[in-house]
Design a protein around this ligand. Structure first.
Ligand code: SF4
Length: 229
């Protein structure tokens, strides 16, 4: 499930070009949603910061699917509050994903890193691979890469200290193509480094037609779990 104590964002790289969150925000604003009264501008929702504390059953929570927690317009004190909630809810697993890896690396020493917080960076092509080095310096129990939407080759992935790699193609209108040799290369690198590999989708304008099999099988590996055929 998702938890969005912040909504709205601004674009930082080519991976943002067809941002799904922006498309959703535009729709929700048009539908009159109060949460999206500012459209896609960064908006804090302090009333939502403590909501996970009320969930009794353990949940896997994707944090800020509609924003980027490390956006410059999110005050450090607010990020600290979000992390305090995650720390105080060890029954839930929180997945935090950012493209603002520099700010992440800068703030990480002042944040708590309990085992239930998985921290990831997105990288869509080699131009933004520097984000991985920032992540490698973060003392999270699980560090993961989201290589989605993959729009270029990543033939020299730095995988030291990385616990999980997710790969996916872009979907929806004007989706940019993902080549199979790019995916095969990432898969080979993950295998060589024994890093779990999750292949999410081929994507495309009709992702239901392209599916999520790679070389005839589904790859749903998770941190600590390799499915060796
Ligand atoms: S960082 Fe994420 S949420 Fe922000 S514009 Fe880019 S893709 Fe959208």
């Amino acid at each position: 499930m998702t938890w969005n104590p912040v909504t709205g964002c601004t674009k930082v790289s080519q991976g943002c070009k067809h941002c799904y969150a922006e498309r959703m925000a535009v729709c929700l604003t048009a539908m009159g949603s109060d949460r999206y009264r500012n459209g896609f501008r960064v908006t804090l929702h302090p009333d939502l910061v403590d909501v996970p504390r009320r969930w009794r059953q353990p949940r896997v929570v994707f944090v800020n699917s509609m924003s980027d927690l490390f956006h410059d317009n999110v005050p450090f004190a607010y990020i600290q509050r979000v992390f305090a909630t995650m720390r105080d809810c060890p029954r839930h697993t929180f997945q935090v994903l950012t493209k603002r890896s520099e700010r992440l690396a800068e703030l990480a020493p002042q944040l708590p890193w309990p085992a239930n917080v998985w921290m990831g960076v997105s990288a869509e092509d080699a131009r933004v691979l520097g984000r991985v080095a920032h992540l490698q310096a973060v003392p999270a129990a699980v560090r993961f890469l989201s290589l989605e939407p993959l729009i270029g080759p990543l033939n020299t992935l730095p995988l030291e200290g990385i616990h999980w790699v997710i790969v996916g193609g872009e979907s929806g209108p004007k989706a940019r193509p993902m080549r199979k040799d790019w995916v095969d290369s990432i898969h080979r690198q993950c295998r060589a480094a024994r890093v779990p590999f999750f292949f999410k989708q081929w994507g495309g304008v009709r992702k239901d037609l392209t599916g999520r099999k790679l070389n005839g099988r589904v790859y749903d590996e998770l941190p600590g779990v390799l499915q060796l055929a």
